[in-house]
Design a protein around this ligand. Structure first.
Ligand code: ADP
Length: 397
């Protein structure tokens, strides 16, 4: 059985074709510059590659290019899309409506569209992609929505509410929703397997640290808190995003610089974080290299991010009254031993001990804590596409 996984943005479309018998990727690719010009890069698992520039005025033409790449190009992996059992879509915002993945029908599509008010950069693009899929593949291939937010729907009101006048929650749904839920779910499930325990019996902290980043506390088998908030801007400092800060700093800057709310939003999302502080790059590798070479602002950026991550981990130990396992995942979490060492050393008071040699293994699943550590620490490569494919398969079975 083959599942096609789609992660659509407004001008891009990432996809994977996954064979569910082996849970292996048969092909993956990316369509870019949709609505502007159009280009596709498609790779088969055996290394064959197909690249083309082709007009993609809408997502429909992008899917047509994907069909060509998958079924006719030199890097073809199937004869026809009839071989595909279902399509799984990554959806950024499921609001308070979707606490789990679901089959897409016209009502669900309308709800995803309405939730665009909470995720204007993402949900409208997902709706376009789903409609384009229906147009390209017809109604006979089932489509499933897998939400970044649904794993966090188990948070209690005391966790997800903001201390704003209650009417903004009632009128607009302003509250914490979280993000990266598919990854946190995947990794926390994997921790339970590695621990050989039922997830209900362990307290887990998952640190998903990539360009975008969030930390989640998982207790009694469900998410009880997460660092991202109303949007994926909250939490700790990221590649280009601020994370949590005093909102009056923003109203102050807006007044001084005569900036609109949209401009402030842009600065907080795209010009801040590691990039804003270092002035060098949003990429962790570049900023770390500059810090090592003696650049003071780069060093400050690295120190700030590590300190903020530590504070979140510490606060979740308090929130759960303990922790049994900590997992690091995503680009930085999987690949930056120094960040992991900093966090774990500063949790020494909990009895966290890591093995320096194991900690220097990069990008693969490994337990990096010592045998006598009171908390087990893991590096677990995330696989959001596989998690989407598994949910999709479960819903059509
Ligand atoms: P996103 O999916 O949010 O765009 P990723 O999970 O791909 O982000 O993570 C990207 C980040 O991971 C970048 O900041 C990059 O520098 C960092 N990264 C990737 N590989 C390494 C590495 N070998 N060492 C340190 N950082 C790395």
């Amino acid at each position: 059985m083959k599942i096609f996984v789609v992660n659509a943005g407004s001008s891009s479309l990432k996809y994977q074709l996954i064979d569910m018998e082996t849970e292996s990727v048969l092909a993956k690719g990316l369509c870019e510059r949709i609505g502007v010009s159009g280009a596709i890069t498609h790779k088969a698992a055996d290394g064959r590659e197909y690249k083309a520039e082709t007009a993609m005025p809408t997502h429909t033409e992008a899917f047509e290019a994907v069909v060509y790449a998958m079924t006719k190009s030199d890097a073809k992996v199937i004869d026809s899309f009839d071989e595909i059992s279902a399509i799984g879509h990554r959806i950024v915002q499921g609001g308070s409506i979707f606490s789990k993945s679901c089959l897409i029908n016209p009502t669900v599509l309308d709800q995803i569209d309405e939730l665009g008010a909470l995720a204007p950069l993402h949900n409208p693009a997902h709706v376009l992609a789903i409609k384009a899929c229906i147009k390209t593949f017809g109604e006979k291939i089932p489509q499933v929505a897998v939400f970044d937010t649904s794993f966090h729907q188990t948070m209690e009101p005391k966790v997800y509410m903001f201390a704003l006048p209650y009417e903004y929650y009632e009128k607009y749904g302003v509250r914490k929703y979280g993000a990266h839920g598919t990854s946190h779910h995947f990794v926390s499930d994997r921790v339970a397997v590695l621990e050989g325990k039922d997830k209900k019996d362990i307290k887990i902290i998952v640190c998903h640290i990539g360009n975008g980043a969030s930390i989640t506390a998982v207790k009694d088998g469900v998410c009880c808190d997460t660092s991202m908030g109303f949007t994926p801007l909250d939490g700790f400092m990221m590649g280009t995003r601020t994370g949590t800060l005093d909102p009056s700093a923003l109203t102050f800057i807006a007044e001084k610089e005569n900036l609109t709310a949209a401009q402030i939003n842009d600065i907080c999302n795209k010009k801040s974080g590691m990039l804003g502080v270092s002035g060098i790059s949003n990429d962790n590798r570049d900023v770390c290299a500059a810090a090592d070479a003696g650049n003071e602002r780069a060093k400050l950026a690295v120190d700030m991010q590590r300190y903020q991550i530590l504070k979140f981990v510490g606060s979740y130990v308090a929130a759960m009254n303990g922790v049994d396992a900590i997992a690091f995942t995503a680009g930085i979490g999987e690949n930056d031993p120094e960040l992991r060492e900093y966090v774990c050393k500063n949790l020494g008071y909990l009895g966290v001990k890591i093995d320096n040699e194991k900690n220097h293994v990069r990008g693969q699943e490994i337990k990096i804590s010592t045998e006598d550590s009171k908390v087990n620490v893991y590096v677990i490569p995330t696989n959001e596409e596989l998690a989407i494919a598994r949910d999709t398969l479960a819903l059509i079975s």
